[in-house]
Design a protein. Structure first.
Lengths: 125, 149
């Protein structure tokens, strides 16, 4: 599985990556990006598709919803985009789901929640 | 000036949020305490907008911010990562506290967290210190306007 983590917080990218590694999933590669624009660039530079994208909702520059809209506009496809948010009541989460996100995970989350999320998505892919 | 019953409820909701976040993300207990120790000059801020107008500030001493980052990552962290850690904690606490309010305030907007060195001007309407694993930090909540059913 190839995973792209998009978050403006370097700490959060490392936390999510650590959770994925600790979740005993079959990971080929984890790529990190600091905002939506960097995420788009990472996808365009990558020769292969990502199986899963974990994307922060609020970021300076191109945010999570903007990233999803840009993906659609450029015809970039990926298996799943899951939004990561500290605010499950955030109206932007609804916009992200409407823009094509497969789901969201709210912080604080545990390693087990990350694992279950990825396995659920793999089962419905 | 906040009504005392509202202030008490919001304080209780923050205590619950802090306890939940530290248990889930760091696997440790974090409880209210009296302020003590080194000056808290590492600051993180998240602003609320919409049905809730105000802000949530976190203040950490540098050593305690480094400890928080170390606990998040499971390894030693540099100053930049420590500042990032308190910004992320502020983000999660502000979101968790706001979610516990009644609508429509629970649906208010959150800003991107900002972190900086230095003590903020704002004293906050609610002030509480918390301790975890021998470290501590302060939360200051300012509520300028709120709509709750």
């Amino acid at each position: 599985m190839r995973v792209l983590i998009i978050d403006d917080s370097a700490l959060m990218r490392r936390i999510v990556g650590k959770a994925l590694r600790e979740a005993r999933l079959e990971l080929e590669e984890i790529v990190e990006a600091g905002n939506g624009a960097e995420g788009i660039a990472a996808m365009e530079q990558s020769g292969e598709l990502f199986d899963l994208i974990l994307c922060d909702v609020h970021m300076p520059g191109l945010d999570g919803v903007g990233f999803l809209r840009e993906l659609a506009a450029r015809g970039l496809t990926t298996a799943r985009v899951v939004m990561v948010t500290s605010d499950a009541c955030d109206p932007l989460v609804e916009l992200a789901l409407a823009a094509g996100a497969s789901g969201f995970i709210a912080k604080p989350f545990s390693v087990e929640q990350i694992r279950n999320l990825v396995l659920d998505l793999a089962g419905t892919a | 000036m906040l009504e005392s019953n509202a202030a008490e409820r919001w304080q209780r909701l923050m205590d619950e949020t802090v306890l939940e976040v530290f248990a889930a993300m760091l696997g440790c207990e974090c409880v209210p305490t009296e302020p003590a120790g080194a000056p808290s000059d590492n600051t993180a801020r998240v602003r609320f907008s919409g049905a809730l107008v105000g802000e949530c500030l976190l203040l950490f001493a540098a050593a305690d911010a480094a400890k928080l980052a170390h606990m998040f990552l499971g390894e030693a962290a540099d100053d930049e990562m420590a500042i990032d850690a308190i910004g992320e904690l502020c983000n999660v606490l502000a979101g968790g506290w706001k979610r516990r309010l009644r609508p429509p305030a629970s649906g208010a907007g959150l800003s991107v967290p900002s972190s900086a060195f230095g003590t903020p001007d704002s004293r906050g309407d609610l002030r509480q210190c918390y301790q975890f694993e021998g470290a501590q930090f302060a939360v200051r909540l300012t509520v300028k306007r709120v709509k709750e059913d």
